[in-house]
Design a protein around this ligand. Structure first.
Ligand SMILES: NC(=O)c1ccc[n+]([C@@H]2O[C@H](COP(=O)([O-])OP(=O)(O)OC[C@H]3O[C@@H](n4cnc5c(N)ncnc54)[C@H](OP(=O)(O)O)[C@@H]3O)[C@@H](O)[C@H]2O)c1
Length: 324
């Protein structure tokens, strides 16, 4: 089975490509060729690499036909952010592929009415990213359910992997947050620290995506949340990180206005984005229909990334003691 992965050398592709190759699937990896997968893997020697700049090719109207010319049985599109972009591809692939898998995001849900949020719940996204990803999903589901196109969609939470920056207990990427927890220094968290985050290890994203291929009949016309078993609260997350460094979290809870004082615009933007969504999603559908069994809890996935960061990354010098 020939599978074309668009955006194959990024965070997801680094795990997905070796997984599919090991399953005996022929993989063609499409990217601009600017970067390599962030973990080397012998499987890449069996992968055909095709360099296409999607944006440039879309502008000249050739992206869809360039992908169709590769004669894929399956296309996995990891990097579409607008309906027109997906539509150009779909129009070129209609009647020619067995399956088309699109990578969405849990931001398509907006806020949750009840948690854990299931795929059957209503969606009220805000912000260009979530709104446009939902437009893509609606378009693809409509196509699939009319029987015109074998599309399926998965929605990752905050993806984690060793060697890749991760969303921390203050719901941003500021390394000082981890340093404070590691040293027992005071860390301020917005509200009562009860906003939630929902991570997933990149290897589990790959597992779920592969499951959509092996369970074709269950996946086509459907969307699936791609997250760990359970979401975590900022407070619980902070407690765990401090514990891994042999400390007790020294937390101060402040209101949102106060929390923003002295923080960078980027940290405020990221924290605001994450706590206003406070994702907590169900994976029951993927478990039932795709036999999805995440290998990592949220904290196990984060521990692995943090371990890497303290050994090789920006947190070198910090000593991670306990186990997860
Ligand atoms: N990261 C998260 O936590 C998260 C959460 C929810 C959903 N998602 C979804 O995950 C998807 C992104 O996957 P990822 O995290 O694996 O992406 P990523 O790490 O940013 O990797 C992007 C990939 O696309 C390629 N690429 C970028 N621009 C390109 C272009 N113009 N033409 C062709 N190839 C291009 C890159 O290689 P080159 O640079 O060499 O071209 C690379 O292979 C998105 O759909 C996003 O909405 C991510």
């Amino acid at each position: 089975m020939k599978t074309v992965i668009i955006g194959a050398t990024g965070h997801i592709g680094t795990y997905l490509v070796p997984r599919l190759v090991e399953a005996g699937i022929e993989v063609i990896a499409v990217s601009r060729g600017h970067r390599a997968p962030y973990h080397a893997h012998g499987a890449w020697q069996w992968v055909e690499r095709v360099e296409i700049d999607r944006e440039a090719a879309e502008e000249e109207g050739s992206f869809g036909t360039q992908i169709a010319r590769l004669e894929p049985d399956v296309v996995i599109d990891l990097i579409s952010y607008a309906k027109d972009s997906t539509a150009q591809l779909v129009e070129a692939l209609e009647g020619r592929v067995q399956q088309f898998i699109h990578c969405g995001t849990i931001w398509t849900y907006g806020y949750s009415e009840a948690v854990p949020t299931t795929e059957a719940d209503g969606k009220r996204p805000w912000g260009d990213y979530g709104v446009q990803k939902k437009e893509i999903e609606d378009y693809l589901m409509d196509k699939a359910r009319r029987g015109n196109f074998p599309a399926a969609v998965f929605h990752p939470g905050h993806i984690v992997g060793p060697g890749w920056g991760f969303i921390n207990p203050a719901a941003n990427r500021d390394p000082e947050v981890i340093r404070k927890l590691a040293s027992g220094a005071e860390l301020d968290l917005p509200h009562f620290g009860l906003a939630t985050l929902h991570h997933i290890h990149a290897a589990d994203v790959a597992q779920l995506c592969h499951g959509m291929m092996t369970h074709w009949g269950q996946a086509v016309g459907e969307s699936f949340n791609a997250v760990s078993e359970r979401a975590i609260t900022l407070r619980g997350y902070a407690d765990a990180v401090a514990r891994w460094f042999g400390k007790e979290a020294n937390l101060k809870f402040v209101d949102w206005q106060q929390w923003q004082e002295g923080k960078s615009a980027e940290d405020i933007r990221l924290t605001d984005d994450h706590i206003s969504h406070s994702p907590s999603h169900s994976i029951e559908k993927a478990k039932r229909l795709l036999e999805y069994r995440p290998r990592y809890t949220s904290l196990e996935a984060i521990y692995e990334a943090l371990d890497w960061d303290t050994k090789y990354g920006e947190l070198q010098g910090l000593e991670l003691g306990g186990t997860c």
